[in-house]
Design a protein around this ligand. Structure first.
Ligand code: PHE
Length: 541
């Protein structure tokens, strides 16, 4: 374990950190995943559940991760290692319980789940809370492997837009003039293994290059200029989308909650999306927090990052749904939504190819800054904990993820489900678990973002609230944000914040204590309820 604090690179200032963290949070999660998942789950009501998850779980966990990172100045595994007491009865009991459950499942010949329980149980027993950091590193590998495939699609679309530009629009008229042919083009592209693999590899090379070069020089500079541009372009798209005939229907879909549209799984997926979009639950924010200097205000930084991220997701929704309805597309069409829709919208406006080009370039950048943060988590682990050099860690991890991502890249077929080239793997998974989901891509996306991230987030909140301790965490947060804990919520709401005579006992209800209650009870419980609901143990309908 090397890297004492003095040697660790730091962000250049509060703004540098907020921009880098927002660069991690804002990405395909907001502009690709949020709209398509919202479309699949009925619109407004889903958006509302997403927002509730952000408020109830996202903000508290964000503050946990950043303060854990800054306090320990380590990667997630190192952070948990540093603060974990030498023996934890809780971890021993939990681990033993899982091992017993695994043995039980073996008897029932439920091989896949048995293996998972035995493996996880042993790890929990042996590594106790350090496991949470380890889970984050694993999640980083998994998420980046499919994220990079979609990042590759965006690169491919930059090339498409260039083609439109260079053929003077003729190619655009031929391919993107309506939703149907644009859809056909998308499918033809993504089912082509060469196209998906090459673009995926280019995207991975971009991420690896920056992580190789180091945190500040690389990551910060990219985020500083390009994020604001993305915002402006989205606003322009909204204006365009809303002014199309038939757009009202889309606005209604996006903003009017209709709870009958929410399926059993929707709550879990909205929660997973909140974690995914905010880059929470796998230690990305622990890692980024570890590059923050002591004198900076963690509280306002967390709020700014969450605020910007949610803003971008909502703007993306507003840019996309009106247009979806205006061009007569199905909002439920899945991961292709944005890629099919936007080129047709762009082709219909003056200088459309240029706009389209700019948009996809910015999307590549947004995805890139997020991909970098995913790779940074795994790289920081090997650098801090295993003593590797940064170049070696970045290249090795980048290489492994690139290889893993190829599986996702080739698993996508015509209806974006299926296992095209991976029949054997599918049979293996079916044998282990009794069934295999849509595609390998789906499997990795679903397991990592809907299960691993919320589970990680729940454990991080519990760890900070109960093991490290709210008080210690608060002490860390107070460096740089002196009065964070002292804002009296009740007096603030009542407009009596500065009233000196107003200090009755009710005012122990400060922001800090509200946060403590959330991370100790409410946020973990919310995650647990969503899990139980999904596996059908609660309100089964
Ligand atoms: N938040 C990123 C996005 O919205 C994805 C991400 C998830 C990044 C988890 C880091 C960790 O695109």
């Amino acid at each position: 374990m090397s890297n004492p604090e003095q040697q660790r690179e730091h962000w250049s200032g509060n703004l540098g950190f907020v921009l880098a963290a927002a660069g991690s949070a804002i990405g395909l999660g907001n502009i690709w995943r949020f709209p398509y998942v919202t479309g699949e789950h009925g619109g407004g009501a889903f958006v509302l559940v997403f927002l509730v998850c952000v408020a109830v779980i996202g903000i508290p966990v964000m503050l946990c991760e950043i303060s854990l990172g800054r306090h320990t100045q380590r990667n997630p595994v190192g952070a948990f290692h540093k603060l974990t007491p030498s023996s934890s009865t809780f971890a021993h009991l939990l681990g033993a319980g899982m091992i017993v459950a695994g043995l039980f499942l073996l008897v029932f010949r439920d091989w896949g789940w048995a293996l998972i329980c035995l493996g996880l149980g042993t790890a929990v027993f042996r590594y106790s809370w350090r496991m949470v950091g380890g889970m984050g590193v694993v999640a980083g590998f998994l998420i980046l492997s499919f994220y990079s495939v979609v990042g590759g699609w965006t690169i491919g679309y930059v090339v498409e837009m260039l083609r439109v530009l260079f053929t003077g629009g003729a190619y655009g008229q031929e391919v993107f003039s309506d939703a149907a042919s644009s859809g056909e083009r998308f499918v033809n592209l993504v089912v082509s293994p060469v196209w998906s693999i090459v673009n995926h590899l280019v995207f991975m090379a971009l991420c690896t290059g920056i992580v190789y070069a180091g945190v500040r020089g690389g990551i910060e500079r990219a985020a500083r200029v390009l994020m604001p541009l993305l915002l402006i372009l989205l606003l322009a798209l909204i204006v365009r989308g809303v002014s199309l005939p038939g757009a009202v229907e889309g606005i209604r879909f996006f903003l009017t909650p209709d709870f009958s549209q929410l399926g059993t799984e929707s709550v879990l997926i909205a929660m997973g999306l909140a974690f995914f979009s905010l880059s929470l639950g796998m230690g990305a924010m622990i890692t980024y927090g570890s590059y923050v200097e002591r004198n900076q205000n963690l509280f306002t930084a967390s709020l700014a990052v969450v605020g910007l991220d949610v803003l971008l997701a909502l703007l993306a929704g507003l840019a996309i749904f009106p247009a979806v309805f205006a061009v007569g597309m199905e909002p439920t069409q899945g991961p292709g939504l944005v890629f099919v829709l936007l080129p047709t919208v762009f082709i219909g406006i003056p200088y459309g190819a240029l706009w389209g080009l700019l948009f996809f370039v910015l999307l590549v950048v947004a995805a890139w800054t997020s991909g970098i943060s995913l790779l940074e988590v795994v790289t920081a682990y090997f650098v801090d904990e295993r003593g590797w050099t940064r170049p070696r860690a970045a290249l090795t991890c980048g290489g492994i993820i690139a290889a893993l991502g190829i599986l996702s890249a080739v698993s996508v077929d015509a209806d974006l489900t299926g296992w095209s080239y991976l029949g054997r793997l599918q049979r293996l998974i079916t044998w282990c678990f009794g069934a295999a989901p849509g595609s390998f891509f789906d499997l990795v996306e679903n397991v990592s973002s809907n299960w691993l991230l919320p589970l990680g987030g729940m454990l991080i909140a519990l760890f900070v609230g109960w093991i490290w301790g709210t008080r210690q965490a608060l002490e860390e947060i107070r460096h740089g944000s002196r009065n964070f804990g002292d804002v009296h919520v009740v007096s603030l709401l009542a407009g009596l914040k500065d009233d000196p005579s107003h200090n009755s006992p009710v005012h122990v209800l400060t922001l800090a204590s509200v946060w403590g209650i959330f991370i100790r009870f409410i946020s973990p419980l919310a995650v647990l309820l969503a899990f139980l609901h999904t596996i059908g143990w609660l309100f089964a309908g």
